[in-house]
Ligand binder design. Structure first.
Ligand code: NOJ
Length: 739
């Protein structure tokens, strides 16, 4: 027997078209939340010409740093005539004021909304999102987004194109740096925290910005991890593995949603009515506005799904795309399409209302309320921002290896051979998609000097060519020093948009350098700097300790030093699996049960030449202390929503205070469709002093046990489940539970 819990949320995909599902994604009533705003917008819309309405659906770039050059025509005139709703990449009080003044010359004085990719901090750089996600701490993640919003809004920015919530299983895809990793349950939690951080409690607070859930939908599944590629997945796969973070972001109140470059169910997302009007607006009740990705509406022609840009514009507005970023298809053709009857005006009206509702920012009352020079001067780069950046950076570091507890470095280690040009690179510390002020980045070298460490620095390899250099000097420094610290990894521009890689291995020269340094007889600490999971088998075997520092932003050096010397005990866990070999990719922990698992003997699912297992699994990360887990214990539920509870006791068995991310995984032992071998369904970060014990209890509810079935209905099937607890996705103890 199946218990059907939730009405089909994806039924329109099965019904074929939105009209077949009887929906049009247009709000039937004005929102009751704010009648006054509704009345204001209705009155305003009555005064608007069709040209002015279409103008609200147009976003133009001020420069082309985040996409290919596009034709913008005379945009000054367009703004003055009320034919632009939003601008992309304008920042700073002076610039935003200048453009807003132009908008105030327009007939109806509708303010511009300024949007920018504020992805991980603004002028004060924060760790890249994948790094922040390693904290497994929602307070940390929210704090980072809040600081980014505080600084960006002080620079006149109203809207960030973040968070990216695409689930990523393929480490070749450069954009995994921008997300929360491979797990949908965890990704949903991070999406909520980021939306909350950016938007705060009240968008009329000038320290907040509109957030944007992107890229809707399924962008993390681009085939072969290649940017702008197609996506091909079953609806069941989407519903169970990719959908949750988008939905969570929308439920958390994200004001906007960006469409993805890829196709979805064979229709480009930007013109995919099933996705935009159907799933997003009708099923989920999203009441913000949608925006295309940069030029993605015009690119529907390249997908060969539109005859020309005019056809793309028609498809976009019909599908529920409310604002177009950059290619001008709406600006050029939408008025004509409405006039010739190809597009019913109600679709334009719905889009315009959604955009105007961002009046929540208070811009109609005062279009210049984000243009405050004093605030810009004092908030950006403030001591509070730096404190937040350091706090977040420390918690983003993951300890991967620590042979003989070599770390933390003992206080009497004062002479350190510091090797690797990344130790001095302000640019690389910021990572991709950075707005940070590079001149204020504290590198590892700076921080060590500031600490009074006797640093013997040598490059060891060339940052540009990758070739080894100064080898004899490097080795002599290693011999003289008390400890060797070497920075290896990617450069910042090796991950991010258009930064996909066919081989995610760390350069052979860098790995050989680690081996050479280890041969000096001194324990070698490897600091791995990267924007994605990487493969570095030789280096990690040679090293005594490995810290994955990702890209940590403005406070990089201080955060790393604090961890090296034990002022902060690392507590990060990997939000993405680190493969052993490129051939394993995509490698992720929630693999489905196959007909021939490892237990079936020789004929099981595997490669001939490489193992199945990862270098480091999802959820993995060490601490300077150790934690001992009790066997999980099953407790009864509340007879209502909570079917059962799982209790686990965790003891700090080491000598340092530390934090641990206690994780709960669930397997549905027999289901009507194939299910993963395990799925993360709970996590809790706890802090324990030496010898302390914490009792962690997880509730087992429908959302821990259910899944979308082959009819895309969310169901919970009675039967046996295995509930597993532990400190990563591999080292787990289990208890059975029968529903
Ligand atoms: C393209 C990227 O895919 C998107 O994430 C970003 O927000 C836009 N460019 C705007 O820069």
């Amino acid at each position: 027997m199946k218990i059907r819990l939730i009405l089909p949320v994806l039924a329109f995909f099965m019904a074929g078209t939105i009209s077949a599902a009887g929906a049009d994604g247009i709000r039937k009533t004005e929102s009751s939340e704010d009648r006054e705003m509704d009345r204001f917008i209705s009155a305003l819309m009555r005064k608007m010409t069709l040209e002015e309405k279409v103008g609200q659906m147009v976003q133009i770039p001020a420069n082309f740093t985040t996409g290919p050059a596009v034709r913008t025509g005379n945009y000054i005139k367009a703004i003055e005539e009320g034919r632009v709703g939003s601008m992309l990449n304008v920042e700073g009080v002076a610039a935003t004021r200048k453009y807003q003044e132009l908008a105030m010359k327009s007939r109806l004085r509708i303010p511009l909304i300024f949007g920018k990719d504020v992805i991980h901090g603004y002028r004060t750089g924060f760790p890249i999102p994948l790094a922040e996600a390693s904290s497994f701490d929602m307070e940390v993640i929210e704090r980072a987004a809040r600081c980014a919003a505080r600084e960006a809004s002080a620079a006149g920015i109203h809207w960030t194109f973040a968070p990216m919530v695409d689930v990523g299983w393929d480490a070749r895809w450069g954009r995994v740096m921008e997300g929360a990793g491979e797990d949908p349950f965890y990704g949903a939690a991070v999406a909520r925290a980021r939306v909350k951080g950016f938007q705060g409690e009240d968008l009329s607070d000038t320290a907040t910005v509109l957030s944007c859930i992107k890229h809707f939908a399924g962008y993390g599944a681009v085939i072969a991890g290649k940017e702008y590629n197609s996506v091909d997945m079953s609806m069941g796969q989407f519903a169970n593995f990719y959908m949750l973070p988008y939905k969570a972001g929308v439920e958390a109140g994200a004001a906007t949603v960006m469409t993805a470059f890829n196709d979805f169910n064979s229709v480009p997302c930007t013109v995919n009515g099933d996705l935009l009007r159907g799933l997003l607006k009708d099923s989920w009740g999203f009441d913000g506005f949608t925006v295309s990705d940069y030029a993605s509406l015009g690119e529907v022609v390249n997908h060969r799904c539109a005859v020309d840009r005019k056809d793309a514009a028609r498809q976009g507005v019909m599908a529920g795309l409310d604002m177009e970023m950059s290619t001008g298809c709406y600006a050029d053709f939408l008025v004509e399409l409405v006039r010739d009857g190809s597009v019913p005006e109600k679709f334009v009206d719905d889009a315009v209302r959604r955009v105007l509702e961002q009046n929540r920012l208070g811009l109609f009352e005062d279009p210049f309320r984000y243009c405050n020079e004093e605030r810009e001067r004092t908030v950006i780069g403030s001591a509070k921002s730096r404190e937040d950046a350091l706090y977040v950076a420390e918690r983003s570091i993951v300890l991967l290896e620590n042979e003989n507890n070599f770390l933390p470095l003992s206080p009497d280690i004062r002479k350190v051979a510091l090797v690797g040009p990344l130790s001095k690179s302000r640019y690389d510390m910021c990572g991709m998609w950075s707005c940070a002020d590079q001149s204020r980045v504290v590198t590892l070298y700076d921080a060590m000097m500031e600490r009074g460490v006797d640093v013997l620095y040598s490059d060891g390899y060339d940052l540009g060519t990758g070739e080894l250099k100064d080898t004899s000097l490097t080795m002599s420094y290693a011999r003289q020093a008390d400890a060797v610290v070497v920075t290896i990894g990617e450069r910042a521009e090796n991950s991010g948009e258009m930064r996909c890689r066919g081989d995610i291995s760390i350069a052979q020269e860098q790995q050989a350098l680690v081996s050479m340094l280890a041969a000096s007889g001194k324990p070698v600490v490897v600091l791995l700097m990267c924007g994605r999971p990487v493969i570095f088998n030789e280096a990690r075997e040679a090293a005594a300790s490995v810290l994955c520092t990702w890209w940590l932003g403005s406070e990089s050096g201080n955060a790393i030093c604090n961890v090296l010397w034990g002022d902060y005990n690392p507590s990060g866990k990997l939000p993405m699996t680190f493969p052993l070999h490129n051939g394993q990719i995509p490698l992720y922990y929630q693999q489905k049960s196959t007909g021939r698992p490892e237990s079936s003997g020789w004929w099981h699912s595997r490669y001939q030449d490489i193992p199945n297992g990862p270098a480091y699994p999802f959820g993995y990360g060490l601490s300077y202390t150790t934690f001992e887990y009790s066997a999980p214990e099953l407790l009864s539920g509340d007879g209502e929503d909570i079917h059962a509870k799982v209790k686990v006791c965790v003891r700090n068995t080491g000598k340092y205070a530390g934090e641990e991310v206690v994780q709960l995984y669930v397997r549905d032992d027999v289901a009507s469709v194939t299910r993963p071998v395990k799925e993360l369904k709970g996590f809790r970060k706890i802090a324990l002093g030496p010898g302390e014990v914490a009792e962690v209890v997880f509730d087992i509810t429908d959302s821990q046990l259910g899944f979308y079935d082959e009819r895309l209905e969310y169901i919970v099937e009675p039967g046996r489940f295995t509930l597993m607890t532990g400190g990563d996705s591999v080292h787990l103890r289990s208890v059975d539970f029968t529903l």
